[in-house]
Ligand binder design. Structure first.
Ligand code: NAD
Ligand code: FES
Length: 274
């Protein structure tokens, strides 16, 4: 059992939760995740480890509460417990000294980006961060990312905060500026965003890494639920990823697999409301 120490709402449907998990806190590396179950028999939810405090023995999780399983997790209040927190799982982010890097977070993907950006900055990279959201309340972690980014650029779809437009508009401007063009791009967010970034950087030959979020079940490479097509190989995001070379990812098949259970998920939500 894992004690919840804090639970706050960061943006609509997005919670930041601190959980006591000392062994995971000391073993985890940037880019890794845990699989969480609120109670026995409940859905297993993969969640990126957003941050960890080794001395306090805690990890920070960011949870977008849209489905039945995630809503049960965020219903836990400080002092209450989560049944399972298994991890750390997945491969750590490939952190190298690239020089100038662009870290791009779309909506809730910004939470997954946070530990990657921090690890890149810690290694001495010059990090430009671009955060996109549909409107001002959906822009998260701007102050936290500003602590180690050389520049934070914000975009909103409706122009209610920062520059109006998608993150790709801001990335194009960065690439067009010879003084600021990144050597590598790290992007996390909705699949259409990651696909658009991949297409944007491809003609420039800029190394681009994306963090994929296919459906996961066991998280240990056994069930095949998280398979993704990378170039001419099938990979399992839970053990081979979740980060992959964007220019090799088959985003169409990822999108198809992500929508496979949409109807069942909708039924679960309705059942829970009855
Ligand atoms: P959203 O749809 O509000 O989009 C966030 C931002 O992404 C937009 O403001 C825009 O700047 C950019 N964007 C979206 N579509 C784009 C496009 N076609 N071209 C260029 N830029 C685009 O995001 P949200 O609702 O916060 O995200 C929800 C989705 O993100 C869910 O599908 C969820 O599964 C996924 N997600 C992915 C990860 C991951 O690890 N990749 C993590 C968490 C959530
Ligand atoms: Fe089962 Fe990856 S979640 S193989």
């Amino acid at each position: 059992m894992f004690e919840v120490l804090s639970n706050e709402t960061l943006a609509p449907n997005l919670h930041r939760m601190t959980v006591r998990a000392p062994r995971i806190a000391s073993a985890r590396q940037a880019g890794q995740f845990v699989i969480v179950r609120s109670e026995k028999g409940e859905e297993r939810i993969p969640l990126t480890i957003g941050d960890a405090d080794v001395e306090a023995g805690t990890i920070t999780l960011f949870i977008q509460a849209l489905g039945a399983g995630t809503q049960k997790i965020v219903s836990r209040q400080p002092g209450e417990f989560l049944r399972d927190v298994a991890g750390p799982l997945g491969m750590p982010t490939d952190i190298e000294k690239w020089g100038k890097v662009a870290c791009i977070g779309g909506g809730v993907g910004t939470a997954v980006l946070f530990p990657m950006a921090k690890a890149l900055a810690d290694l001495g990279n010059e990090v430009t961060t671009i955060i996109g959201g549909r409107s001002k309340p959906y822009i998260i972690l701007a102050d936290e990312l500003a602590e180690f980014s050389s520049h934070v650029q914000i975009t909103t779809d409706d122009g209610s905060f920062g520059q109006q437009g998608f993150v790709t508009t801001a990335l194009q401007a960065l690439i067009d500026d010879p003084e600021r063009r990144p050597e590598a791009v790290f992007a996390v967010g909705p699949v259409p965003m990651m696909r658009a970034i991949s297409e944007l950087t491809r003609p420039y030959g800029i190394k681009t890494l994306v963090s994929l979020n296919p459906i996961m079940i066991d998280g240990t490479g056994m069930c095949g639920g998280c398979r993704v097509q990378i170039g001419d190989e099938v990979k399992f995001a839970c053990v081979d990823g979740p980060e992959f070379d964007a220019h090799q990812v088959d985003f169409n098949s990822l999108m198809d697999r992500l929508t496979t259970y949409r109807e069942q998920e909708q039924h679960c939500r309705l059942d829970d409301q009855l």
